[in-house]
Write a protein that binds this ligand. Structure first.
Ligand code: IFM
Length: 442
């Protein structure tokens, strides 16, 4: 990567960090929060490494002021967080939990006081268990309950929060939860997966309508994981077909439905039994921005062990990798940014990008620093080539609960000592703060 580190991003560019509720909040059993599907999965045998849970996580529920001060110290001007649906509506619908609503009031007010723009994501995978008991995302009703939940949040926070995302990484959580059987609720069934995909898309559309009606002047988006999908062996037609199907499931099924009004070809016929008259218009609602979560190119080859028959292949031997084995290729990031602009014609915010490590100790993280420097340079190249990119949120502010991986994989630019909950900015955080200061000409 030849990236120009002296590139100046446009004035007003957002430099932020992202987190999600279940991964950092903790306080799982406090102040009336109801159980989520991840609380349930964490208690099932052998689902999460070391039997770890989000019960305490980074204790952000009690330490949010310190975390906001950290962000302020780093010079961030935006913060993307998610609201925990079961904290606000412990049973997923019906009675609201006043203490849960109050927590996000306090968080939002602290952010505004620190001159950090709050970016609120309504759903980052922690469905209330009570709704799972009624069928979860495989039930069409969940889309309506999501819209009701969106209305509760919009009415409460819409006076102070202008930037809203409906859902984080639609494809990732539906694939892992309903096809690969790893994420909560841990199902492997192609029909359940197809239903869940369609209902999650319906939830997005209904959520957009609610936000549009209840947040005047709101800027509404959705957050997609888009990773270049390549065949392990480009000369093997089966690998090419596997990569093409994986591309549809991972990269296209949600943004194509939401922004182009149709499902991609391999999925369209299969999902049709679950699509009712008028659904595509319900899903395809105008939004204001595309949230891109990007990490690594993916390699694919057939895999008989999953319900779609396509799975992960190996990256070429000479491809650099992160400490958790994810391929690193900043040029793929630049190309994704350029391609998204052409396909969906929306401003893009990079809502997640970051480096995971299971081996780093303490706060020395030169490989993360280099990753961020090279990926931000690639983003600069995309801008120079015409991409409309308006912001960048590093994943993640803090080391946190990495789903089935528990606490061993660390993605934070701020180290968390889980014994003491002490936060210490890593070398990468100091670099990011300097970089942002340089961009502002401070
Ligand atoms: O931790 C996750 C996050 O919840 C969603 N995007 C990818 C991150 C790293 O795996």
């Amino acid at each position: 990567m030849t990236g120009r580190s002296d590139f100046r991003f446009p004035p007003g560019f957002r430099w932020g960090a992202s987190t999600s509720a279940y991964q950092i909040e903790g306080a799982a059993n406090e102040d009336g929060r109801g159980p989520s599907i991840w609380d349930t999965l964490c208690r099932m045998k052998d689902r999460v490494d070391n039997g770890e849970t989000g019960d305490v996580a980074c204790d952000h529920y009690h330490r949010y002021r310190e975390d906001v001060a950290l962000m302020r110290g780093l010079g961030l001007n935006a913060y993307r967080f998610s609201v925990a649906w079961p904290r606000v509506l412990p049973r997923g619908r019906g009675a609201v939990n006043a203490a849960g609503l109050d927590f996000y009031d306090r968080l939002i007010d602290s952010l505004l006081e620190a001159e950090i723009e709050p970016w609120l994501c309504l759903y980052h995978w922690d469905l209330p268990q009570a709704l799972q008991d009624l069928g979860g995302w495989a039930s069409r009703d969940t889309a309506g309950w999501f819209a009701d939940y969106a209305a509760v949040c919009a009415r409460r926070y819409g006076d102070r929060v202008k930037n809203w995302a409906t859902i984080n990484e639609f494809s990732v959580f539906t694939l892992f939860a309903y096809a690969f059987g790893a994420g909560a609720p841990g199902i492997s069934d192609r029909q359940e997966h197809l239903k869940a995909m369609h209902h999650v898309n319906l939830a997005h559309g209904a959520g957009v309508d609610v936000l549009r009606a209840l947040v005047p002047g709101g800027s509404i988006g959705a957050v997609h994981s888009v990773q270049t999908c390549r065949p392990e062996d480009p000369a093997n037609p089966e690998h090419c077909e596997s990569a093409a199907l994986f591309d549809e499931l991972w990269n296209l099924a949600f943004p194509d439905a939401q922004l182009l009004g149709h499902y991609p070809p391999r999925i369209a016929a299969l999902i049709e039994p679950y699509v009712q008259a008028g659904d595509m218009a319900r899903i395809c609602r105008p939004i204001d921005w595309f949230g891109l979560n990007h990490y690594a190119p993916m390699y694919s080859k057939p895999d008989d062990g999953n319900v779609w028959g396509c799975g992960w292949g190996a990256a070429p031997d000479d491809m650099p990798r992160t400490d958790i084995g994810w391929p690193m290729d900043p040029t793929a990031f630049r190309d994704v940014l350029l391609d998204l602009g052409k396909r969906y014609r929306l401003p893009v915010y990079v809502t997640e990008n970051g480096f995971g490590s299971k081996t780093e100790t303490g706060t020395d993280d030169p490989r993360r620093l280099a990753y961020l420097r090279d990926y931000i340079a690639a983003m600069g190249e995309a801008l120079m080539a015409g991409a409309d990119v308006r912001g960048y949120f590093v994943w993640s502010l803090l080391d946190n609960f990495e789903w089935n991986g528990g606490y061993a994989p660390r993605f934070g630019i701020v180290h968390v000592d889980y014994e003491t909950q002490a936060r210490t900015p890593k070398e990468s955080a100091r670099w990011y703060a300097d970089f942002i200061r340089g961009q502002r000409g401070v």
